[in-house]
Design a protein around this ligand. Sequence first.
Ligand code: ADP
Ligand code: MG
Length: 346
Amino acid sequence: MTQDAAITLTSAAAGNGPLALEAVGLTKDFRLGHGATLHAVRDVNISLYKSAVVALVGESGSGKSTVARMLAGQERPTAGVMRLDGEPVDVRTSRAFRLYKSQVQYVFQDPFGSLNPVHSVGYHLTRPIKLHQGRDVDVKKRVIELLEQVRLTPAAQFEPKYPHELSGGQRQRVSFARALAAEPNVLLADEPVSMLDVSIRLEMLNLLDDLRKRLHLALLYITHDIASARYFADEVLVMYGGQIVERGPAEEVTQQPAHPYTQLLIASAPDPDNLGSVLKSGNSVPRARGAGSGPAAVGCPFSNRCPLAIDKCRAENPALHQLTAVRAAACWRLSEAAPALVNGTA
Ligand code: ADP
Ligand code: MG
């Protein structure tokens, strides 16, 4: 059985552009009170290439934001290595952290909490421009340029507005513009549309996709909605209980999922071929058997919800098993869950 390793498994996002940010063996344990440890993220490998989109998909509590916060330099990994443009990531001093942030930006899901109510749109953009760019930059001109990039036009009308004068979608556009002010190469978008009205989600995803193409961003798109991941990601990483349980090209993983959890996600999406309906349905995370009980602490994290689970699944946690050059899944029951893939007849 081949263990997941960046060495053997090629990212489906490779080939679009150069590798920007890479994490190998990313792990985060949280110490809780009474001496208990929560394994929030275990041994996650992620490669973000310029101009490519990697989707990190999983239900609430699966560890997605913890991965993003580590990649953003905000949370220190318990174990693992991160490299930006081939160099080890160093965010130990505030100067190093600022330099890192000029390359790697994090956009939060909440367009309401992320802007300061007492500051104008222009002010929100002016600060990062001054912080990350040289003194000679024409700040006023750059603010207008950023607003136009996120299609808040006419830009001059939006610049003096305050957050309470904007819709949720407009606020999220300001958040995108603020992230872009630093001219980053990597954008970590943490459930960027999940708190927005369903009617504007597709438009916001299109904007994100357009920015990614025009600015050659390496984009990590975090979502609980696998249908939206299929819509514009190159590679999908499915996360459950802190670990990657399946990964591969977005189209393949969504058309022919290998892991029982991914299969459950796809089956519960109302109509995988009709993204509009999926986005309108809001949350596509299923209420499967045992849902709400949380991942199993021993063995495969999905074993207490999995219809195929056997004793081995409840005892031993499976490593990622490589299925093709670009696909892998962590499951002891792959021969039953995805026989065509395992036998190479897919
Ligand atoms: P997601 O973004 O997928 O919803 P998170 O990364 O926010 O998941 O959380 C993963 C797990 O780690 C959850 O069980 C959460 O309660 C826990 N967690 C996150 N941050 C902390 C923290 N600072 N201290 C303790 N536990 C945390
Ligand atoms: Mg989260």
